[in-house]
Design a protein around this ligand. Structure first.
Ligand SMILES: *[C@@H]1O[C@H](CO)[C@@H](O)[C@H](O)[C@H]1NC(C)=O
Ligand SMILES: *[C@@H]1O[C@H](CO)[C@@H](O)[C@H](O)[C@H]1NC(C)=O
Ligand SMILES: *[C@@H]1O[C@H](CO)[C@@H](O)[C@H](O)[C@H]1NC(C)=O
Ligand SMILES: *[C@@H]1O[C@H](CO)[C@@H](O)[C@H](O)[C@H]1NC(C)=O
Length: 566
């Protein structure tokens, strides 16, 4: 045990001898791992200066610290002593400069031996100020919200702390008497600031009182608190590009993507924008170049793709804008012009095909309806108690020769051939289906009621002579009454030849003509498949299938009628 102690003492002695021989005319070059640090202090206070490197400060066991100084006044390097009675002395890794004066300004060097022939050197520049000055302020970032302020001195010492506050502006450069003591903050290393606001701004000074060899010393440090304008932060606004837009490009060509974001006119240090390709910044990649520009609250980023590749066409390019609150983005995709051309062509083709189909449908709609009606209505036909498909009304008397011939040709020709023979409709034709010469008013009413449609044939010269109630004039009246007043029977108007107007026709007929335009029959449309007959059939009910009974029944009705008249 004793041996060990002796050995240690001998070791220590040799070390100190070694050091003292090294110290001044040192042949060993020490490493300088850290940059120079600076301490700004006030004259009259005292400085406790720890070795600026944390390892150098904390590792004192079996290590040797030697302090030197090179005062600005003398420009001479001199070793500092360790005597506690001296105003400037050191104890291991800490230097004491008591009651600072302006002559203490200079460079202070700590030489730290951590092995016999290995050492580091750390330098601190101490600047002593006669009076309080803003140069003495410790650095603080402007913040929007703070919860408190750290005292920048007495970090490694025991001491009592008092906080003062000075307003900003003109009074800042006045002296200590203007510093207002903040109550209830003694011993607080952190000054709490609840609800920081613009009023909280100012210079905060903490004075740390510490004891050395029974004597009290003061060290102070000041910070300026700046509260940033509480901007009603509006999110960044994209001026360019349009979100989810498409940029046309060809493989191999150059494309320039522009992004422009407005961040507002207040200073925004953390605002930035960038282009990303599938979430990765392409700036570093070959063939991509990104440039930035800042002006008037707007940041622009221009991404140049020198040669668009297939992978670019499949990728999503996003411009991301970041402010202190959030990151927002807009997306852009590249499309090759060729594919766009194809899409447009396809669209046009589809449109044309649709147009064609529409036209064909319109042209064949009538045929289609007739065809379908034949199938469905025949299947689901219900007995309606009617005997005829249509009652034909036309004028026979009071017509000029030409018209009379046209009418009779039409009625006994085309009408009968097409509707009755060809399509199997059952028609009641006055003068054919009643007994000739009979004037049978009741018969007319009955037959009209037994008909599903009225076919009224309009002729140019037709006029209604009200004094002479001919059967055809009467059946027209009954028919119109049935169609207009009772609304039971559908009317099909067929016009033979051109007409100037319809004023010569009965009012009821004119009224019907206002609602439905007549089907115009021209000579020569005798083919059962002509458009005219299709339109007639379209307005007709589905043909009754039992054509044979038509004549016999109508004859029977005629006989009944005769019986009634007798
Ligand atoms: C002391 O410091 C001054 C600069 O402040 C420098 O010019 C001078 O060379 C230093 N002296 C020595 C001996 O290093
Ligand atoms: C500082 O140095 C100057 C000149 O070297 C001397 O006159 C003065 O007394 C010194 N001041 C202090 C406080 O030691
Ligand atoms: C230290 O500062 C306090 C005020 O914080 C003051 O009352 C005291 O006199 C100062 N002491 C020295 C030695 O300057
Ligand atoms: C752009 O569109 C995407 C969705 O496609 C959306 O997530 C994003 O928020 C939009 N960006 C902006 C700035 O509106």
């Amino acid at each position: 045990m004793m041996m060990m102690m002796m050995l240690q003492i001998i070791l220590l002695l040799t070390e100190s001898v070694l050091v003292s021989s090294y110290a001044l005319n040192s042949t060993v070059q020490c490493e300088r791992p850290d940059a120079k640090t600076t301490r700004r202090v006030r004259a009259g206070e005292s400085l406790y200066l720890p070795c600026p490197n944390l390892q150098c400060y904390e590792e004192t066991e079996n290590r040797l610290h030697v302090w030197f100084r090179n005062l600005s006044r003398t420009k001479q390097v001199e070793q500092i002593g360790t005597e506690g009675s001296e105003r400037v002395h050191y104890h291991q890794s800490a230097l004491y400069i008591l009651w600072l004066n302006l002559n203490d300004t200079g460079r202070y060097i700590t030489r730290w031996w951590y092995a016999e022939d290995e050492c580091d050197e750390f330098e601190t520049e101490v600047v002593v100020y006669e009076e309080f000055s803003t140069d003495l302020l410790y650095h603080t970032m402007p913040e929007q919200k703070v919860s408190g302020i750290y005292c920048p001195v007495c970090e490694y010492q025991q001491g009592s702390i008092v906080w003062y506050k000075v307003c900003l502006g003109g009074c800042c450069f006045l002296f200590w008497q203007n510093f207002a003591l903040i109550p209830n903050q003694e011993f607080a290393r952190v000054l709490r600031i609840p609800n920081s606001s613009k009023e909280s701004e100012g210079i905060y000074t903490c004075v740390c009182t510490w004891e050395h060899h029974g004597i009290k010393h003061n060290s102070s440090g000041s910070r300026r608190l700046i509260i940033k304008e509480q901007t009603i932060s509006s999110p960044p606004k994209f001026l360019l590009p349009i979100n989810n837009s498409v940029v046309f490009a060809d493989v191999g060509s150059e494309v320039i993507l522009n992004c422009s974001v407005f961040f507002g006119l207040t200073v925004c240090d953390r605002c930035s924008i960038r282009w990303e390709k599938n979430g990765i910044r392409p700036s570093g990649l070959n063939g991509y170049e990104q440039k930035y520009r800042r002006m008037d609250g707007t940041i622009q980023s221009v991404l140049t793709i020198t040669e668009v590749s297939e992978s670019d066409l499949r990728s999503e390019f996003a411009c991301k804008a970041e402010d202190s609150v959030e990151v927002i983005f807009v997306s852009v995709t590249l499309k090759s012009r060729a594919s766009v051309f194809c899409v447009i062509l396809a669209c046009i083709c589809t449109f044309l095909v649709l147009l064609l189909v529409g036209g064909v449908l319109k042209w064949f709609a009538l045929d289609l309806v007739l065809f379908l009606r034949q199938i469905f209505v025949k299947l689901y036909r219900k007995e309606d108690g009617k005997l005829y498909d249509a009652y034909v009304i036309y004028q026979k008397n009071n017509l000029d020769e030409m018209t009379s011939k046209t009418v009779s040709d039409f009625v006994s020709g085309s009408l009968l051939t097409v509707l009755e023979s060809y399509y199997g409709f059952k028609l009641f034709i006055h003068g054919r289906d009643d007994l000739p010469g009979e004037d049978c008013i009741n018969l007319i009413e009955t037959e009209i009621q037994l008909s599903r449609r009225l076919i009224i044939i309009l002729t140019p010269g037709a006029s209604t002579d009200k004094s002479n109630v001919s059967p055809e004039a009467y059946d027209l009246q009954v028919g119109l009454h049935q169609a207009l007043v009772q609304g039971e029977t559908g009317v099909i108007l067929i016009q033979l030849g051109q007409m100037q107007d319809y004023t010569h026709l009965p009012l009821g007929l004119q009224h019907l003509l206002c609602k439905n335009s007549p089907l115009l029959w021209r000579d020569g449309e005798s083919s059962p498949n002509s458009r005219f007959w299709k339109r007639v059939r379209y307005q007709m009910p589905v043909a009754s299938s039992c054509q044979k009974s038509s004549r016999s029944r109508s004859l029977k009705a005629s006989f009944q009628c005769q019986g009634l008249l007798v």
